[in-house]
Design a protein around this ligand. Structure first.
Ligand SMILES: Cc1ncc(COP(=O)(O)O)c(C=O)c1O
Length: 373
């Protein structure tokens, strides 16, 4: 049976997929709500955070703070949280005006500071934003642990998320980790926040959950949040026809079992080292400004000379050259107002072989050379 509406039926395969997905999260995160993709998962997390505070008799808490240079999805709630000027522009009047704090990016620090001689102002900005808004109005803070489409594979300083966690706890604000890109092994850990030992309240996930075989996403919630909603309201007031679809869940369960059986998270960590070595050879190539990343999620940022045809969108020029050479990479950047598409994301399959990694390196070096020739 491939369809059973969640309002009436539970299915064994949904339970199994939920247990397998939660098995990748910290043990405190026990409850899974399936949806059909990343944007739906972000919407679900917003509503879950809101209902948690309503059920806690704190109905004034509704704002969700996010970062500039971020992407959380295309639907109106998720887009409201996304600091991505180019994707927001036509829809601005429809979006919620939630507060945002500056992005994390040490090489181009929005505070003009230098890492090692700063006080992680990019994190403490959250404390200031919550105070400014009033903690009684703020429900949650959402962030990508390693940024994706908006700022290709920028990795925060190691203490960033523990500072964020402490600020959230102090102000009673939930921490939502958007692990749509980073989740399920991509960065060489089950979830990227594991790298820094930080436990979020909600995890938003999709992409790697179904690994491209089916449209599926999920929110994985802390036991405390689920327990309170069950105790007070009895149920989460939310749903989609295809939430927890048995066919999607069966596929996601099979993917999770395959990833564990083949130890693909450890493989991503090891292969990530080989990918790093390949990409670091680009550091000195003309046009390349920064190479950064974690595991099998890497970003390269470019600057073409002002009189060069690629100067308006050097990331796009590299993507096009790579496409002609048989290599698929993703154009990124353009998130800050007026900024160009000046980056690419490199995210090979977790099953990539050593030979294919070497080929990736060769094709990318050739493509960068051609784009800036
Ligand atoms: C971090 C992040 N969150 C949310 C989304 C939205 O997911 P979807 O495109 O599946 O709706 C994306 C998509 O790229 C993403 O990268």
């Amino acid at each position: 049976m491939t369809f059973a509406h969640g309002s009436t039926f539970g299915t064994d395969i949904q339970e199994r997929a939920a247990a397998l997905a939660a098995g990748f999260a910290p043990p405190e995160l026990t409850h899974v709500f399936f949806v059909s993709g990343g944007s739906e998962a972000a919407e679900t997390a917003i509503k879950l955070a809101r209902q948690y505070w309503v059920d806690a008799a704190r109905p004034g808490k509704y704002k969700i703070i996010s970062k500039r240079a971020s992407y959380h999805g295309a639907t109106l709630g998720a887009l409201s949280l996304s600091g991505f000027a180019a994707r927001r522009a036509p829809y601005v009047p429809l979006l919620h005006a939630f507060p945002q704090i500056p992005e994390v990016h040490c090489r181009r620090c929005p505070f003009g500071l230098t890492y090692g001689r700063c006080a992680i102002e990019c994190a403490t900005a959250l404390d200031e934003a919550i105070r400014r808004e009033g903690a009684d109005t703020v429900a949650a803070f959402i962030a990508e642990p390693v940024s994706g489409a908006a700022n290709a594979a920028v990795v925060p300083p190691p203490e960033y998320f523990s500072v964020i966690r402490e600020i959230c706890d102090r102000h009673e604000v939930l921490l939502i980790a958007d692990e749509v890109m980073t989740g399920f092994g991509r960065t060489g850990a089950d979830f990227a926040l594991d790298h820094w030992g930080v436990i979020p309240d909600l995890i938003v996930c999709a992409k790697g959950l179904g690994a491209g075989y089916v449209p599926i996403g999920a929110v994985i919630a802390h036991r405390r949040i689920a327990d309170q909603i069950f105790r007070v309201s009895g149920q989460f007031v939310h749903g989609h026809t295809y939430a927890g679809n048995p066919l999607a869940c069966a596929t996601a369960a099979a993917v999770r079992e395959y990833v564990r059986a083949h130890d693909l998270v450890a493989a991503a960590r090891q292969k990530g080292e080989a990918l790093r070595r390949e990409l670091e050879t680009l550091r000195t190539a003309p046009g390349v400004e920064e190479v950064r990343g974690l595991g099998l999620m890497w970003g390269v940022e470019f600057a073409a000379p002002p009189d060069h045809p690629a100067s308006g969108a050097p990331g796009r020029a590299v993507v096009d050259a790579a496409f002609r050479n048989g290599l698929l990479v993703y154009p990124a950047g353009g998130a800050l107002p007026g900024s160009p598409v000046n980056q690419i994301l490199v995210g090979p399959p977790l099953t990539i072989t050593d030979g294919e990694l070497a080929e990736l390196g060769t094709l990318l070096r050739r493509s960068v050379r051609e784009a800036f020739a």
